[in-house]
Design a protein around this ligand. Structure first.
Ligand code: SF4
Ligand code: SF4
Length: 165
């Protein structure tokens, strides 16, 4: 969604958001029921990495990377199972919304639903925050907020270092 202000070449060299340290496992993407169905119908994809969860009438899935760390190094990163040599191997239907809106997050801050910016994306954080905030507010915030309201299992708890848009 932020492709207009994120440079493709920066992302190709970075790939940070498709690998996870232990401290960022809370950020592993959530797959909607529609994502799961699309992945299931694609024989080239491994659906067995997804743990399907039924909660509050919603069906969604996550993968669990917690057992895959090989060292005690806090900086060790484990890649998403759907990260290929040339980036994400998922189609638009298969790709989680979390990944589509990154580096934005929808979070619950003391009961208020907010759109926030991750502090960890080097590319977006090279831009003026006011510029990013204005771009998101004008182009994306309404749609993102409405989608999250209809899919509340996608809303994450607020982390204090995430600036609010
Ligand atoms: S962290 Fe930011 S710069 Fe790096 S790949 Fe993700 S979106 Fe691109
Ligand atoms: S699903 Fe694709 S975009 Fe999302 S973390 Fe995995 S490789 Fe990256």
């Amino acid at each position: 969604m932020l492709g207009k202000i994120l440079k493709k070449e920066d992302c190709a060299a970075c790939r940070f958001c498709c690998s996870f340290r232990r401290t960022s496992l809370w950020e592993t993407p959530i797959f909607t029921k529609e994502n799961i169905e699309a992945i299931k119908t694609n024989p080239s994809l491994d659906e067995t990495v997804l743990n399907v969860i039924e909660k509050d009438g919603y069906c969604f899935a996550k993968y669990d990377l917690s057992g895959q760390y090989k060292t005690d190094d806090a900086d060790e990163e484990v890649p998403c199972p759907y990260l290929g040599e040339n980036g994400c191997i998922l189609s638009d239907d298969e790709k989680p919304w979390d990944c589509k809106i990154w580096p934005l997050r929808v979070m619950n801050k003391d009961g208020e639903i907010v759109v926030a910016l991750t502090p960890t994306c080097p590319s977006i954080n090279r831009l003026e925050f006011a510029y990013v905030k204005d771009f998101v507010s004008v182009n994306l915030k309404k749609d993102i907020t409405e989608y999250a309201a209809a899919h509340p299992f996608l809303i994450k708890e607020y982390h204090p270092d995430f600036p609010i848009i």
